[in-house]
Ligand binder design. Structure first.
Ligand SMILES: Nc1nc2c(ncn2[C@@H]2O[C@H](COP(=O)(O)OP(=O)(O)OP(=O)(O)O)[C@@H](O)[C@H]2O)c(=O)[nH]1
Ligand SMILES: [Mg+2]
Length: 294
C-alpha cells in the first residue's frame, strides 16, 4: 500500500466550529474554542496519523469583514491557506441564514483547482429536513467535490469526513514524525489557554482588545512545578482597569482558570504570574502586531 498524505485547510466564517472540528479529529485540545466569534487568530496545525496515511489539518481564523490591522492579519492567514493546502474544507453552520462572509469565500474557492469540500456543521442544532435544502443550495453556488453534514461537537459525520478525505489524498511522504501532533510552541499554547479564559470571563468587545504573551516557562523538576510568566496586553487604561477588576478580582479569576487547565496540560503544579500591560492601540499597529505574535 502506498503512503498517502496531504495538508487540509479548514476555512469558513467565524464561529462555525472550525477549531472544534480540529480538536475532535485530533482527540485532544489543540485550538481554543469559544461561543464568541473571531476566537482563532493564527493558523494552527494538527497532525493526524493513521495507518498508511498522514493528514495535516490547518485550522484558520474565521473570515470576516476587516476593521483593524489585527483582523486583516487574521483574514490574510485564512485566505493564504487556500494556496498552501491540498484539500480545502469550507465549513458553514447548518443554518439557512447565510453568513455575510460566504460569498467572498466561495469567490476565493472558485479559482482554486484542488478538491473542495463543503462541511455543514452543527447539525445537532437543526431538524434533519433542513439539511437537504441547504446542501442543494450550496451545491448550486459551487461544484463541491463532497458535501458532508457533521456535528463537530457530538462527532456525527466526522468518520465519514475522514474516510472521504483519505480517498481524496494523493500518495505522499510522511511530513511529520509520528509523535508530533502540532507545530505550536509551548509558549503559544499557554498564551492561547489564557486567551480562552479571557473570552470566558469578560464580555462584549473586551476579549478582542487583548493579546497575551508568555515570557517564561520554567520547569522546576525537583518540585514538579512549572513556573510561568505571562502578560495580557490591552489597548486603553479603562480596559486595563476592567481586566484587573476591583482589588485584582478579575485577573485572579482568569489566572486561576488558566492555571487549572495548564496544570492538566503540564501534569504538574503551575505557578502563573499574570500581569496586565497597556499597549495603546496595538491591534491597529502592524509593528505591535508582529511583536505580539500576529
Ligand atoms: N451545537 C453545536 N455547537 C458547536 C458545534 N461545533 C462547534 N460548536 C460551538 O460553536 C462555538 C464556536 O466554535 P469554535 O470551534 O470556536 O468556532 P470557530 O469556527 O473555530 O470560530 P473562530 O475561531 O472564531 O473562527 C463554540 O461555542 C462551540 O462549542 C456543533 O457541532 N454543534
Ligand atoms: Mg477557531
Amino acid at each position: 500500500m502506498t503512503f498517502k498524505s496531504g495538508f487540509i485547510g479548514i476555512v469558513g466564517p467565524p464561529n462555525v466550529g472550525k477549531s472544534t472540528l480540529l480538536n475532535r479529529i485530533m482527540g485532544t485540545k489543540l485550538a481554543i474554542v469559544s461561543p464568541k466569534p473571531q476566537t482563532t487568530r493564527n493558523r494552527i496545525l494538527g497532525v493526524f496519523h493513521q495507518h498508511g496515511c498522514q493528514m495535516v489539518f490547518m485550522d484558520t481564523p474565521g473570515i470576516h469583514k476587516t476593521r483593524t490591522a489585527l483582523h486583516k492579519s487574521m483574514v490574510d492567514a485564512a485566505f493564504a491557506a487556500f494556496h498552501e493546502v491540498d484539500i480545502i474544507l469550507m465549513m458553514v453552520e447548518a443554518n439557512p441564514r447565510e453568513d455575510p462572509a460566504v460569498p467572498s469565500i466561495i469567490r476565493g474557492l472558485k479559482s482554486i483547482a484542488k478538491p473542495r469540500f463543503l462541511v455543514i456543521n452543527k447539525i445537532d442544532k437543526v431538524k434533519k429536513e433542513h439539511i437537504l435544502p441547504l446542501l442543494a443550495d450550496y451545491g448550486r453556488k459551487l461544484n463541491f467535490d463532497a458535501m458532508i453534514p457533521i456535528s463537530a461537537l457530538k462527532g456525527n459525520g466526522v468518520d465519514t469526513l475522514l474516510q472521504e478525505l483519505k480517498r481524496q489524498l494523493k500518495p505522499g511522504p510522511q511530513f511529520f514524525p509520528e509523535d508530533m501532533d502540532t507545530d505550536q510552541s509551548e509558549a503559544f499554547m499557554v498564551s492561547e489557554i489564557i486567551r480562552e479564559k479571557i473570552y470566558e470571563h469578560l464580555s462584549q468587545e473586551l476579549p478582542y482588545s487583548c493579546a497575551v504573551t508568555v515570557s517564561k516557562i520554567e520547569d522546576v523538576a525537583k518540585k514538579n512545578l512549572v513556573s510561568i510568566a505571562a502578560r495580557i496586553h490591552v489597548e486603553s487604561d479603562s480596559q486595563k482597569g476592567i481586566f484587573i477588576g476591583r482589588g485584582g478580582r478579575m485577573i485572579r479569576k482568569i489566572g486561576r482558570a488558566a492555571r487549572l487547565e495548564l496544570e492538566s496540560l503540564f501534569e504538574a503544579k503551575v505557578y502563573l504570574d499574570l500581569t496586565v500591560r497597556l499597549e495603546k492601540n496595538w491591534s491597529k499597529d502592524t509593528r505591535a502586531l508582529k511583536r505580539l505574535g500576529y
